[in-house]
Ligand binder design. Structure first.
Ligand code: ADP
Ligand code: MG
Length: 382
C-alpha cells in the first residue's frame, strides 16, 4: 500500500554522472540539468564554494587557494565526499518536493562498464547519502543505446561506442544486456592532454586545458592524416599512370575533407617564459591526437573480432552507433567506417544519450528492470 502510494507520488530521477558533464532527468519532465562535473574548493578552509556552471566560471579567475576540481576521474569517483556534495546539489536542484511528506526520489544512475564492485558501491552509496530513497545502476552504454532508441531488448546485436571525457565505452548489446564490453581510459580528456604535450614538445609552448579543448573542437579531425597519406599515394599512382580519372576523383573528394585550417594558439613560451601566440594547423592537431584515436579504433576492431558471428551480421546491417561528446571529433565516424568496413553513425544529440536512456528507465523502473545492474551482490549501504 505504502509502496503504491510512494510510486504514485515519487518523482524519480535519472542521473548521468559523467567525468566531464553531469545531467539530470526528472520523470515526466525530461532533462532539467546539464552542467560540468566541476566543483570549486577553497583549499585554505576546505569549503566547497561552487558546483557545476558556477564552478567552471571560476576556473582560472580566482586566487590561487581556490581550486576547481573534478570529483570523477576516468568515469569513477575519485573524491567521495566532493562527489556526494555534487550529487546532493544536483538532486536538490532537480527534485522539488510537491508536499511535505513526499517520498525522496528513486534514482537511476549510469556507471561506466567494467568498474569494480567497490567503485559501483561508491556510486550507489554517494547517491544514497545525497538524498535518494533507492538507487539503480545502469551501465552507460546500455543507457546510451536506449537513449538512441536502439532495439536493445530484442535478440539482435547492437554496437555502441560512447566517447566521453574520461572513458570510451565500447559495447555489444543484445536482449537488454552487455554481450561484450570494453572501457578504455582514452577519450576526450586524453585528446586534450595530447594537444598540450604536442604544443610543449613541438612548439615549446605551454597551453592550458581550455585552449587545448578549443583547438580540438574547432579544428581537430580524426581523419586528416589518413587522408593525407591517401592523397600522397594517389599522387604517386597518378604520376605512374599519368591520367587516371578515378584516382583524380578520389583525390578531389579527399581534398575537401583535408582542407588546411589554422588557428592561433596562445600560451607561455617555455624558454623565454613570456606569453606567445603561434599559428597552428588542423594537420598538427590531428598529428597530436593520432595515437589516441588509433587506440580507440584498435579497441573497436578488437571488440568486433570478439563478437559472435550471428550478432556481427546484425551489426553489419545496423551499423556502429557513436554517442558522447568525444564522438563529435570531426570525421571520427568516417575513419571508423573506413577501418571497420561497417557503417558508422553519430546518434542524435550524443551528449544527452545516457541521461535520456536512464530517464526512460526512470519512467518505469519495474518494466525496464532487466537492463539494470544486479545490485544483490552489493552490501546494503550503512
Ligand atoms: P562524460 O560523459 O565523460 O562527462 P561527455 O559525453 O559529456 O563526457 O563528453 C565530454 C567530452 O566531449 C569532452 O572531452 C569534450 O572536450 C568533448 N567534446 C564535446 N564537444 C565536442 C566536439 N564538438 N568535438 C570534439 N570533442 C567534443
Ligand atoms: Mg558519458
Amino acid at each position: 500500500m505504502l509502496n503504491k502510494l510512494f510510486k504514485t507520488f515519487s518523482q524519480d530521477l535519472a542521473i548521468d554522472l559523467g567525468t566531464a558533464n553531469s545531467l539530470v532527468y526528472v520523470k515526466g519532465q525530461g532533462i532539467v540539468i546539464s552542467e560540468p562535473s566541476v566543483v570549486a574548493i577553497n583549499q585554505r578552509t576546505g569549503r566547497l564554494l561552487a558546483i557545476g556552471n558556477e564552478a567552471k566560471k571560476m576556473v582560472g579567475r580566482t586566487p590561487a587557494h581556490i581550486v576547481a576540481t573534478r570529483p570523477l576521474v576516468q568515469g569513477v569517483i575519485s573524491d567521495f565526499e566532493v562527489a556526494e556534495q555534487m550529487l546532493r546539489y544536483f538532486i536538490e536542484k532537480a527534485y522539488k518536493k510537491r508536499f511535505i511528506l513526499a517520498p525522496r526520489p528513486r534514482v537511476v544512475i549510469g556507471i561506466p562498464c567494467g568498474v569494480t564492485e567497490v567503485e559501483k558501491k561508491a556510486v550507489r552509496d554517494a547517491t544514497m547519502n545525497a538524498g535518494a530513497r533507492d538507487v539503480y545502476l545502469i551501465e552507460q552504454p546500455v543507457a546510451a543505446a536506449l537513449g538512441a532508441q536502439l532495439q536493445i531488448q530484442e535478440a539482435g546485436g547492437n554496437f555502441i561506442v560512447d566517447v566521453g571525457g574520461g572513458t570510451t565505452e565500447i559495447a555489444v548489446i543484445s536482449l537488454g544486456g552487455l554481450v561484450i564490453s570494453k572501457s578504455l581510459r582514452i577519450a576526450g580528456d586524453r585528446l586534450n592532454e595530447d594537444i598540450i604535450n604536442f604544443s610543449r614538445e613541438e612548439c615549446k609552448l605551454l597551453i592550458g586545458e581550455r585552449t587545448a579543448e578549443e583547438l580540438k573542437i574547432r579544428i581537430g579531425s580524426a581523419h586528416i592524416l589518413n587522408q593525407l597519406n591517401e592523397e600522397a599515394r594517389v599522387r604517386v599512382d597518378k604520376n605512374k599512370t599519368n591520367k587516371d580519372k578515378t584516382n583524380k576523383d578520389k583525390k578531389q573528394s579527399s581534398a575537401k575533407i583535408s582542407e588546411k585550417l589554422e588557428m592561433p594558439m596562445r600560451g607561455r613560451n617555455l624558454i623565454t617564459g613570456l606569453p606567445e601566440e603561434i599559428i597552428i594547423s588542423n594537420y598538427d592537431i590531428s598529428k597530436a591526437m593520432e595515437k589516441s584515436i588509433k587506440q580507440i579504433i584498435g579497441n573497436i576492431k578488437a571488440t568486433i573480432e570478439e563478437t559472435p558471428p550471428e550478432l556481427l551480421a546484425d551489426i553489419m546491417s545496423n551499423g556502429i552507433y557513436l554517442a558522447g561528446g568525444g564522438s563529435l571529433i570531426k570525421n571520427l565516424d568516417i575513419l571508423i567506417n573506413k577501418e571497420t568496413k561497417i557503417p558508422c553513425k553519430i546518434i542524435d544529440d550524443p551528449l544527452t544519450a545516457v541521461v535520456r536512456g536512464a530517464g526512460m528507465v526512470s519512467e518505469d523502473i519495474d518494466e525496464l528492470s532487466n537492463v539494470l545492474l544486479n545490485m544483490e551482490d552489493l552490501e546494503p549501504p550503512k
